[in-house]
Design a protein around this ligand. Structure first.
Ligand code: ADP
Ligand code: GLC
Length: 486
């Protein structure tokens, strides 16, 4: 199949979170299965700089929405996929983050910026830039590319339209007047289309007009059809239930593999698990934690936003490290969380270390050096870090929601007995519940043999993209079959 995969971030060109990882590893896995998956993303300043090392060439120019744009072609590292970068300097040649300025506020013209991405995708889908390539499937991801199914719904013949929700909390909501600013037909101003409580919603366009909608874990697919996780869209999602499903993300086995990871002090695998402790020593030293192999080391890595349950972490950590235990935290995001974590680290020198910022190599060293990984997320569509942890023999303690519940098997007596256990669940989002699960982890950690079984069970789990890429293949095929029949 020929697929145009549209995303607002692609690792390693630019990344703020898991969307970037998935937007590289899924297309790569599909290409390996024999499909031709071309990616489209804006040519942000940093992405263009990263791409220049891979080779960039101009393949088309066009005027879209009154903007002169250039289409640049580069490629995905370690793969045969083409990557198309939509170059429009007035909108994308800005420093840093794809969505926000240096002041941490969303760019005021984000609706225009990502509408341009969607218009470009729609033109490319019809080969209107004269490239000589027409996709059979157009797969868009999250609100930034959610207008694509709307823009293509009336085209004949048209490609199959697939939309993936990576996070329902980000919906792309803009004032009503945006409809005219983006020159979208007035008929879309309707609760069955783009209107959401008086605002214009990008994500609704994807949910309403795609042939297939999916999200990134089976559990999250059912959660978002309930008011508690639906962010006001649960009714619409129930209405679309017949075309909605959940496909678990995989992880990139080449990038996240403790046996091959160049960032580590010492590489290790299932037969050399003893070497993991060298990474713990190195991490303790790097972060200024007390050098003590016996003290359990907990870790957290992530965006410091409400979703990730930082408040639970802040409330539980002082108690947790009294056990004794240590904590290594890496994250960037809301200033209040950064300040609170920095204060906590200062109050517990040698016990709690906090690094503010985004640091890919340190993330790898933390995954390798920690004993336990904490993910107290309030909701988690899939989550990648718990899977990286499983792969690295770092036992996850998770709030049992979304993809966390689908990938981590709680160490109940039964699961321990049959060898399927690989981590710990807690069921309510309270610091007490988090602490109780962490204490269960500490108790098992005191039994080296039992702990080792838990680690090995996680390390041996199949978390690769192979299976999930097949599921996307089927999703594309069923959308195509419907489109052909229409
Ligand atoms: P989300 O997409 O909601 O942020 P995921 O768990 O799917 O959550 O993916 C997060 C990705 O971003 C992981 O690859 C994680 O290692 C990475 N990450 C998040 N924050 C940081 C950070 N401060 N430094 C390095 N990597 C980070
Ligand atoms: C989102 C979700 C995360 C998921 C990622 C990739 O950012 O928050 O849970 O793993 O997308 O699908």
């Amino acid at each position: 199949m020929r697929v145009l995969f549209v995303s607002s971030e692609i690792h390693p060109l630019i990344k703020t979170g898991g969307l970037a990882d998935v937007s590289a590893s899924l297309p790569r896995a599909l290409q390996t299965l024999g499909h031709q998956v071309t990616l489209l993303m804006p040519a942000y300043r940093d992405a263009l700089a990263a791409a220049s090392a891979l080779g960039v060439r101009l393949i088309a120019t066009h005027t879209i929405d009154g903007q002169h744009v250039r289409l640049l072609q580069t490629r995905l590292p370690r793969a045969r996929n083409r990557v198309w970068l939509l170059d429009c300097p007035p909108l994308f040649d800005r420093p840093g983050n794809p969505y926000q300025g240096p002041d941490g506020h969303d760019y005021p013209d984000n609706a225009e910026r990502f509408a341009l991405l969607c218009h470009a995708a729609a033109l490319l889908a019809e080969d209107r830039l004269g490239i000589g390539w027409r996709p059979e499937v157009v797969h868009s991801n999250d609100w930034q590319s959610a207008l694509v199914p709307l823009l293509l719904q009336d085209v004949r013949p048209r490609p199959a339209l697939v939309f993936t929700i990576h996070n329902l909390a980000y919906q792309g909501l803009f004032p009503a007047a945006t409809l005219q600013r983006l020159a979208l037909p007035a008929r879309y101003w309707h609760p069955d289309a783009l209107e959401f409580h008086g605002m214009l919603s990008f994500i609704k366009a994807g949910i309403v007009f795609a042939d297939r909608v999916n999200t990134v874990s089976p559990r999250y697919a059912s959660e978002i059809q309930q008011p508690a996780f639906g962010y006001g869209l649960d009714g619409l999602l129930r209405h679309r239930a017949a075309v909605l499903n959940g496909i678990l993300n995989g992880i990139d086995d080449r990038e996240w593999n403790p046996a091959r990871d160049a960032a580590l002090a010492q590489r290790y695998g299932t037969t050399t698990l003893g070497r993991k402790s060298a990474n713990k020593r190195a991490l303790q030293q790097e972060l200024g934690l007390a050098s003590d192999e016996g003290t359990p080391l907990f870790a957290f890595i992530g965006r410091l936003v409400e979703q990730k349950g930082i408040d639970l972490l802040l409330a539980a950590l002082p108690e947790l490290v009294r056990h004794p235990a240590q904590a290594a935290i890496l994250g960037s995001g809301e200033t209040a969380s950064e300040d609170a974590l920095a204060a906590l680290a200062q109050a517990h020198p040698g016990r709690i270390a906090f690094r503010a910022g985004y640091d890919e190599a340190l993330a790898h060293r933390i995954e390798a050096g920690a004993d336990v990984f904490l993910m107290p997320s309030r909701f988690e569509p899939c989550g990648l870090n718990q899977m990286y942890s499983l792969r690295y023999g770092t036992v996850p303690v998770v709030h049992a929601v979304g993809g966390l519940a689908d990938t981590v098997v709680d160490a109940t007596p039964e699961a321990l007995a049959d060898g399927s256990a690989n981590g710990f669940h807690f069921l309510t989002d309270t610091p007490e519940a988090l602490l109780a699960a962490a204490r269960r982890a500490l108790a098992l950690h005191a039994d080296p043999e039992a702990w080792r079984r838990l680690q090995l069970s996680g390390m041996r789990a199949d978390l690769s993209w192979r299976r999930s890429a097949r599921a996307y293949e089927q999703l594309y095929a069923s959308a195509l079959a419907d489109t052909a029949a229409a």
